[in-house]
Design a protein around this ligand. Structure first.
Ligand SMILES: Cc1cc2nc3c(=O)[nH]c(=O)nc-3n(C[C@H](O)[C@H](O)[C@H](O)COP(=O)(O)OP(=O)(O)OC[C@H]3O[C@@H](n4cnc5c(N)ncnc54)[C@H](O)[C@@H]3O)c2cc1C
Ligand SMILES: NC(=O)c1ccc[n+]([C@@H]2O[C@H](COP(=O)([O-])OP(=O)(O)OC[C@H]3O[C@@H](n4cnc5c(N)ncnc54)[C@H](O)[C@@H]3O)[C@@H](O)[C@H]2O)c1
Length: 444
């Protein structure tokens, strides 16, 4: 029998890797990560955690303004201090994750990993072998290919921006575009978002995304719809962003036009692993074309949202599959997602668009968030909720726009995932008065 250096070797040390690795190490497997940048990957260093700290100031400001003088103060955001706080909080993550993993006996090998064959990875001048390899290399920012592209910044740059610009142009109205634009608008920046269609946020219903844009417009954001960005020109002060609908001045430009799977330079073609621009192709066991090589997280080609909880779920699934604890095909649960603007837009389970396409299978109940008196308690002013039921009246999906949408969707998630009956729902005696009580109350 061949002796490999490791039982399982992960390419990448983000959530797609480090959430499953401890299960393997605790079961006595020899495990290592190959990481070319920062331990923890995108989410803690340049994604979720970094972003949510910065956005929290905008959410606080919104509540303070809505209190209409009960809580005094202008709510002015000091962006530089906000950024310094963010840097301080997230700086602990790489070492904390690394020492936690090393405490379990897991090794770190730093450098770019590339396949030599199905069991061998080249890292610098070292060749590392493993019985099983998990590709968890994530994604990087898509960059527009236009003249002046060198003046554009991506989300990684943006989440380290120490000084707020006066005028900012954001190209793209997906998660990153809207979250970044909304928090900078709250920080007093004049922000224009260029959209190449009239619909924001793929995967969310248009009635809801239009309502979100309308709310953000009321707060001062400008959206330019159906506009193609063609060129960026450097001026003596700042830049001119040229588009099919006009020219917009900015001193900071964020290219938020999407993310691309990290498949290049891995040697995938050489070893016969299938992939395309959507990511690595896997079967129902998250196995690539090579039976001993798996893929997890953002690098996987899939219909599920490319989010941290999805990466975590897949990482734990593959670890359990390799241990023989779970031999069934991957069975994704309802995946909850939230756009961290103020108000938030969150959803889980069957979407409104899916429900509309299959009226024979689903019923939709519409609710006005402001009909719930509790929303007045924490100064909410607007919002809507749609509950999607199957024909047995079990909740199968929900979408909400409000300042607490993420809490409502999290509270509804068990009912969506486990299909609670009305009798089971009636046994959920939640704390009153709270947003969780409101969420379950919506179902009764
Ligand atoms: C700005 C931003 C905000 C986000 N906010 C949220 C949010 O609020 N909620 C949410 O759920 N999701 C959010 N996401 C998405 C979330 O960050 C990803 O879904 C998650 O990080 C995916 O984890 P992963 O392990 O698949 O990839 P990653 O975290 O990207 O990790 C991949 C790792 O692989 C390494 N790597 C790549 N190639 C190689 C190689 N050849 N050799 C060695 N190492 C390699 C990389 O350096 C990286 O560290 C956000 C993303 C961004 C960009
Ligand atoms: N809150 C969260 O959970 C969160 C936050 C940020 C990112 N993410 C994840 O990260 C990933 C990437 O987010 P993202 O915002 O980069 O991608 P995205 O796909 O959500 O949005 C990209 C947007 O750019 C638009 N676009 C593309 N080309 C364009 C062009 N030439 N001009 C104008 N617009 C253009 C697209 O239509 C789309 O709306 C997503 O998969 C998302 O799941 C999640």
């Amino acid at each position: 029998m061949t002796a490999y250096d490791y039982d399982v070797l992960y390419l990448g040390a983000g959530h797609g890797a480090f959430d499953g690795a401890p299960l393997l190490a605790s079961a006595g497997k020899k495990v290592a990560f190959v990481e070319r940048e920062k331990v923890g990957g995108t989410c803690p260093n340049w994604g979720c955690n970094a972003k949510v700290i910065l956005e929290n100031a905008a959410a606080l400001q919104r509540q303070l303004v809505a209190s209409d003088g009960i809580v005094e103060g202008s709510g002015k955001i000091d962006w530089t201090k906000n950024m310094a706080r963010k840097k301080e909080i997230i700086s602990i993550f790489p070492n904390a994750i690394q020492s936690g993993m090393e405490g379990l006996g897991i090794d770190f090998i730093f450098g770019n990993g590339e396949f030599l064959d199905a069991h061998t990875i080249q890292v610098g001048d070292r060749q590392v072998t493993a019985e099983n390899i998990v590709i968890a290399t994530g994604m990087h920012s898509h960059r527009l290919d236009i003249p002046g592209a060198e003046y554009l910044h991506d989300s990684k740059d943006f989440l380290s921006l120490d000084e707020a610009p006066e005028k900012m142009v954001v190209i793209g109205a997906g998660y990153i575009g809207l979250e970044s634009a909304a928090m900078m608008n709250a920080a007093g920046v004049d922000v224009t978002v260029i959209m190449h269609s009239d619909k924001a946020l793929n995967g969310f219903n248009k009635t809801y995304t239009d309502a979100l844009l309308a709310s953000l417009e009321k707060q001062g954001l400008t959206f330019v719809r159906n506009s193609e960005t063609t060129e960026v020109e450097k001026l003596s002060h700042g830049f001119a962003v040229k588009t099919s609908t006009g020219t917009y001045d900015a001193d900071y430009i964020l290219d938020a036009t999407g993310r691309v799977p990290n498949t290049a330079g891995l040697g995938l073609e050489k070893v016969g692993i299938d992939f395309d621009q959507t990511g690595i192709k896997v079967n129902e066991y998250l196995q690539t074309a090579l039976p001993n090589v798996y893929a997890t997280g953002d690098v996987v080609s899939k219909t599920q949202p490319k989010l941290t909880p999805t990466a975590t779920f897949e990482s734990q699934y593959v670890a359990n599959y390799l241990l023989g604890n779970d031999t069934k095909p991957v069975n994704y649960p309802a995946i909850a997602t939230n756009v961290f603007t103020s108000p938030r837009l969150a959803q889980a389970g069957v979407t409104l668009d899916e429900a509309a396409a299959h009226p024979d299978q689903f019923d939709v109940v519409e609710k006005k968030v402001m009909d719930d008196w509790y929303r007045l308690v924490d100064y909410e002013t607007e919002g809507q909720l749609s509950l999607i039921y199957d024909k047995d009246h079990r909740l199968v999906g929900a979408i909400e726009l409000s300042d607490h949408a993420e809490d409502i969707i999290n509270s509804l998630l068990p009912a969506i995932e486990f299909g609670y009956t009305p009798a089971q729902l009636a046994r959920l005696v939640t704390v009153f008065p709270t947003i969780g009580y409101s969420a379950i109350g919506d179902l009764l």
